[in-house]
Write a protein that binds this ligand. Structure first.
Ligand code: FAD
Length: 451
């Protein structure tokens, strides 16, 4: 049996972060991957969706041409070209990553499982690891809806493999994945109907923010049903899938399921190694990504401590630190993320709902994007900036920048939070005009007790 200092199971997003360091330290490394190298982000997540969204935004701006004095007589979506572009970009990343692994480590294509705490089996081959890193990510959760097993529903992988534009896309799930695909396909020309079981879409976000997102999407012609209780799904004929809910039956050509993610921990035979999982199947780790077995670490989405590429990458840094001075911890990071609908909803830290849940005394400042010069100049005035400040010490506890450029602007607020700055420091910062960021110092003048 071949022996390695480190075995990494799954080429999740921290692989690039940790591999260079491990190789520099002359560690022998084996990498096991069951599917396409680069994991969800590169192949079925961030990269292809944001590429698709760029085509969708182009269509949207062409449609809006006359608002800017540009008259366009007609346009149409060439969906195979849209997908060629998506495939070209994701394939390039996948190829580069694969070539790097093949050159630098022993690469084992195949599904890895634990034989014991140091031994991994890949389709009959056994290898030994001194350290083992589980980096296997998550997959779409299949909702328990009667009939779901008999219809050709799509998850994020399936929808990104389509070679025809759905005439009518039905979507179950009104959170990040569902909303991004809803707007992208609507802009490309599909009819879109979305069902969300909670009373509001993006149910974790504050109600006012969720309402703005809903109006953005409905204004573009997306049909949204909240508090939707789906009793069954069925297929009548090819490209005729029906969703039955309390309000009636809606039939579309394709069905996307974006109803949450489950960890890829179930096939690993973790009990052979003694690695513990929680009740949802996420691998339990301490603040350094170490599992219940000291020489086994779990990085990225599979440990349930983050669900984004940047949190996975940070886990990689935490892991490297655990191997040296132990100075980095998962809990050091300020959580930030974006929902890449257009305009983007960028978030950092807590929202009002969470501040209330944690009994944190806060003040809140808001500003409508309609009052931001740059947004007016671009004629993209939908959205709101909302920042929460701790009443006791004036530090920022969270923000939503929902509007044009929000996904970039949020970085400065995340930095202020990470550095523990008081809001007055942002207030005193002079920022170039005309940008969306220049509004941030002015937002604080509206600080008050409730939004
Ligand atoms: C549609 C969609 C859009 C997204 N957009 C964004 C975004 O814009 N920004 C963002 O930050 N995040 C986004 N995410 C989330 C992001 O993709 C993940 O958080 C990110 O990929 C981190 O995952 P990971 O590193 O834990 O593992 P992954 O990237 O999921 O990689 C895990 C790898 O492990 C492999 N694997 C699993 N089990 C085994 C096994 N037993 N043996 C061998 N290999 C195995 C899998 O095949 C996979 O390649 C999106 C996700 C989806 C689904």
């Amino acid at each position: 049996m071949k022996r390695y200092d480190v075995i990494i199971i799954g080429t999740g997003q921290a692989t690039g972060t940790i591999l260079g360091n491990l190789l520099e330290e002359k560690k022998s490394v084996a990498i096991v991957e069951a599917d396409r190298v680069g994991g969800s982000c590169v192949n079925w997540g961030c990269t292809p969706t944001k590429t698709l969204i760029a085509s969708a935004r182009t269509a949207h701006m062409i449609k809006r041409g006359s608002d800017f004095g540009i008259e366009v007589d007609s346009y149409h979506t060439n969906f195979s070209k849209v997908m060629d572009r998506v495939n070209a970009i994701r394939n390039e990343s996948n190829k580069g990553f694969t070539a790097w692994l093949e050159e630098t480590v022993d690469f084992y294509p195949g599904f890895g499982t634990f034989v014991d705490a140091h031994t991994i089996a890949i389709e009959g081959t056994h290898i030994y690891g001194g350290l083992i890193v589980i980096h296997t990510g998550t997959r779409a959760r299949v909702p328990s809806i009667p009939g779901i097993e008999s219809v050709p529903w799509l998850d994020n992988k399936g929808i990104l493999a389509l070679n025809e534009l759905p005439s009518h896309l039905l979507i179950i799930g009104g959170s990040y994945i569902g909303l991004e695909f809803a707007q992208a396909f609507r802009r490309l020309g599909s009819e879109v109907t979305l069902f969300e079981s909670s009373p509001q879409i993006i149910s974790k976000e504050d109600e006012d923010i969720s309402e703005i997102a809903r109006s953005v999407l409905e204004d573009e012609g997306i049909e949204i049903f909240t508090s939707a209780s789906i009793s069954s799904v069925s297929q009548k004929a090819d490209q005729q899938i029906s969703v039955e809910y309390q309000g009636g039956t809606i039939t579309g050509s394709h069905l996307l399921v974006g109803a949450g993610r489950i960890p890829n921990s179930d096939g690993l035979n973790l009990s052979n190694a003694g690695v513990k999982i929680d009740e949802r199947g996420f691998i339990i780790v301490d603040d350094t990504c170490r599992t219940s077995v000291p020489h086994i670490y779990a990085l990225g989405d599979v440990n349930g401590r983050g669900a984004f590429t940047h949190t996975s990458v940070h886990d990689g840094q935490v892991f490297l630190s655990a191997l040296s001075d132990g100075s980095k911890k998962i809990s050091d990071r300020t959580l930030t993320y974006s929902l890449f609908i257009d305009p983007p909803l960028a978030r950092v830290g807590m929202n009002e709902k969470q501040a209330k849940q944690h009994n944190i005394p806060y003040l809140v400042a808001t500003k409508e994007m309609a009052s931001v010069s740059r947004a007016k100049e671009k004629d993209e005035t939908k959205g709101r900036i909302k920042i929460l400040v701790n009443k006791d010490d004036d530090t920022i506890i969270g923000a939503a920048v929902f509007g044009v450029g929000g996904d970039e602007v949020i970085g400065m607020i995340a930095l202020a939070m990470q550095a523990g700055l008081r809001y007055q420091t942002l207030q005193e910062t002079v920022i170039p005009h005309p940008t969306v960021s220049e509004l941030i110092p002015w937002v604080f003048s509206s600080l008050q007790s409730e939004a």
